[in-house]
Design a protein around this ligand. Structure first.
Ligand code: IVH
Length: 677
């Protein structure tokens, strides 16, 4: 009897939840739902044998995991080639038709599904006999991580398929994402709790999905759109749109903005329409995925490398939003340059919360004609750095104010000077407190010595307490000096001291770039340490000798040699030696063997490379004897294609030149014998 009642409650709760979460049209009030839910939980508690894996009571999350188990995918989860313009889409269509050339019937039958490209995380769900058995992240496409417990908490993922006779097995793929409203709410909660904010819904969703404690995941308002069927047993489909209709019947949420288009011109219209709708959809989309609708044709077209030939992702251009320019603040950089920063009323731009943007210098502000109080257009270039494009003049009401650079440094009140012929304003006080602070921040940063636990807030606290004036002072800190400072406890004090001590294990090239010598950053430092081996060698080098290094010009050389020549800096070097910071390159026995393993090979770089950018990639290739060129020819060994490298990719493919993703590039560098960085 109670087993039947439990079964009734499960399906009734599922029905109400589906109407509420998936269809957005509730069929009962909240109290009714809560009563049914409470009754089910009570039954299950009284008799645990009634508890089933698909019970809605399991959505609240269970115990925390140590780590996720690997989840091999039944079929690889592919990635997609990008398109950026209508012409790219026409080229995609032309290629599909060319590949089907010998089959006019197929080319005639061909239609396309155009689906919003949700900016979330791809997941794979396996249902066996209709019950959700496993949910996994994409991982590297071949193996993901088992995140079943977390995905169970997502209300729009059915725990069992809504049908009497489910297939023996079906793999459903789709995107887990955080709607804008949920993202806003989550960040509001984090503000109230004094926690750092999530930058965009995608990161917040990724954080939730990878929570080891599924109870924590269940508190994030995640949602799910199904967009494909992977492997299946006991059911087949003829088309993508047919599979989507079936998934909708089975209880999934499929995107209502997807459409089937008769030809590529219709696709282009659909893409434009989605681009217009994009800011008001209520969740972030970063493009449109276009798929050949007929699965038989998809199979015939197959894949080229990791990308299927039957689909393409149209990426939207950087999105723009308007907001208010509340103020212009001034930051003082390490070298004393005053950098104006726009203080903005926070807005989501292309999925990221933007509340400030650099304005570079006075000239930049004048050129854009910005006034405080203006409504301004914000754009994220290449989807990364927010930029203030300019004011919306029509929105002015006369209350806006002009802005000029302060005549005195906002940090130390020292006089501000402008070098004639230079755009920058500088604080002329060498001992400006803010410059000191910026130097310390730079030293501890992730790209420098990478000292865990030494965030901006911690550094400011240490500085304000007078404990650290220069980066080197960090190395004489003791835990007992920290425990009483705001934000510290015994454990965090010990941890920070240990992290600082551990940083002496960083290589010399990192130490060099952490010093903040102008123009000596992550690209140049390893070139210098490799050539001159240790600090003595570097200090003895002349500008001419430094210039002999490929990739190091006179500006860099003069900056380095000038810095090393200052007695104060030589004293600093003695102090660094005393605390055990490495001042010599470690022996790299393999370096000479592998240093020319890319000799005779030419690479072209395109798109944005996340790990260090193109300059670093170039330096790394050259350090193994390879060449980097700006344009593709038949002689190019390979194109290394970061995010957004569309045009060159098409050319490379046309010439039959290999195209490597950033991951494949990293793999190649390992195989080419690059010393571990
Ligand atoms: S189809 C081979 N459809 O975009 C087909 N992907 O590189 C692969 N995405 O991270 C995916 N919305 O998670 C497809 N309607 C949609 C999508 C979609 C978002 C994501 C996907 C993957 C990336 C494709």
């Amino acid at each position: 009897m109670s087993a039947e009642r439990a079964e009734f409650l499960r399906s009734e709760i599922d029905r109400l939840a589906h109407a509420y979460y998936a269809l957005d049209s509730p069929v009962a009030d909240d109290a009714t739902y809560d009563e049914l839910f409470a009754e089910l939980v009570a039954l299950e508690e009284a008799d645990p044998s009634l508890l089933t894996a698909d019970s809605p009571s399991q959505r609240v999350g269970g115990t925390a995991l140590e780590m996720f188990s690997p989840a091999p995918h039944p079929a690889p989860m592919l990635s997609l080639a990008n398109a950026k313009s209508a012409d790219d889409l026409r080229a995609f269509d032309a290629r599909v038709r060319r590949l089907l050339g010998d089959d006019p019937a197929a080319a005639y039958a061909l239609t396309y599904a155009a689906e919003p490209k949700i900016d979330g995380l791809a997941v794979s769900l396996i249902y066996r006999d209709g019950i959700l058995e496993r949910g996994a992240t994409r991982g590297d496409g071949v193996t993901g991580e088992d995140i079943t417990a977390n995905l169970r908490t997502v209300r729009s993922i059915p725990l069992r398929l809504a049908m009497a006779d489910p297939p023996a097995m079906i793999e459903v793929r789709g995107e887990v994402y955080l709607p804008d409203a949920g993202f806003q709410r989550l960040n509001d909660e984090r503000t109230a709790a004094g926690l750092p904010l999530y930058m965009n819904p995608r990161n917040a969703a990724a954080g939730a999905v990878r929570q080891l404690d599924s109870r924590e995941a269940s508190r994030r308002p995640l949602a799910f759109f199904a967009y494909a069927v992977g492997v299946s047993d006991g059911i087949t489909f003829d088309s993508q749109s047919g599979a989507m209709a079936w998934l909708g019947q089975a209880g999934f949420v499929v995107n209502p903005r997807s459409s089937v288009c008769a030809d590529i011109e219709e696709v282009i219209v659909a893409v434009e329409a989605l681009g217009i709708e994009r800011p008001t959809i209520g969740y972030e989309i970063d493009g449109v995925v276009i798929k050949v609708d007929q699965l038989a044709i998809q199979r015939r077209l197959g894949a080229a490398g990791k990308d299927p030939r039957w689909a393409v992702a149209f990426k939207f251009p950087p999105s723009q939003r308007t907001t208010k320019l509340l103020d212009i603040a001034v930051n003082v950089g390490r070298s004393g340059i005053l950098i104006p920063v726009a203080v903005l009323e926070p807005v989501l731009v292309g999925g990221t919360r933007v509340s400030s943007a650099t304005l570079h210098n006075q000239e930049d502000i004048d050129r854009k004609g910005l006034r405080i109080g203006d409504t301004v257009i914000i754009q994220r270039a290449g989807d990364v750095i927010p930029q203030v494009v300019g004011p919306v003049i029509a929105e002015r009401d006369g209350s806006e104010r002009q802005w000029t650079m302060p005549t005195h440094c906002p940090a130390c009140s020292g006089p501000v000077t402008k070098v004639p012929g230079e755009v920058a304003h500088r604080c002329s006080n060498e001992d400006c407190s803010n410059r000191d602070l910026e130097r310390i921040k730079h030293w501890v940063g992730r790209d420098s010595m990478d000292i865990e636990g030494a965030g901006v807030g911690v550094v400011s606290t240490l500085y304000a307490a007078g404990l650290v004036r220069r980066p080197i002072d960090l190395y004489s800190l003791r835990a007992d000096q920290l425990v009483d400072l705001e934000g510290f406890g015994a454990r965090s004090a010990e941890k920070l001291v240990a992290a600082i001590a551990g940083s002496v294990n960083q290589p010399f090239s990192r130490v060099l770039r952490s010093l903040g010598i102008p123009h000596v950053g992550r690209t140049v430092s390893p070139l210098l340490t490799r050539r001159f081996c240790d600090i003595e060698g570097l200090s003895a080098a002349s500008v001419e000798e430094v210039c002999q290094i490929d990739g190091v010009g006179p500006m860099i050389a003069e900056s380095l040699v000038g810095w090393l020549a200052l007695p104060a800096n030589q004293l600093l070097i003695q102090e660094m030696r005393a605390v055990g910071l490495p001042l010599a390159e470690e022996e790299q026995p393999e370096a000479s063997v592998s240093s020319d393993s890319l000799a005779g090979k030419t690479f072209v770089l395109t798109g944005s490379l996340v790990s260090g950018g193109r300059d670093l990639a170039k330096a790394r290739i050259e350090s193994l004897g390879g060449k980097v060129s700006g344009s593709i020819s038949a002689k190019t060994t390979a194109l290394i294609c970061g995010e957004g490298g569309g045009g060159k990719r098409a050319k490379a493919e046309g010439l039959g030149v290999a195209v490597l993703s950033e991951d494949e590039f990293e793999q190649m560098m390992v195989e080419a014998g690059e010393a571990v960085r």
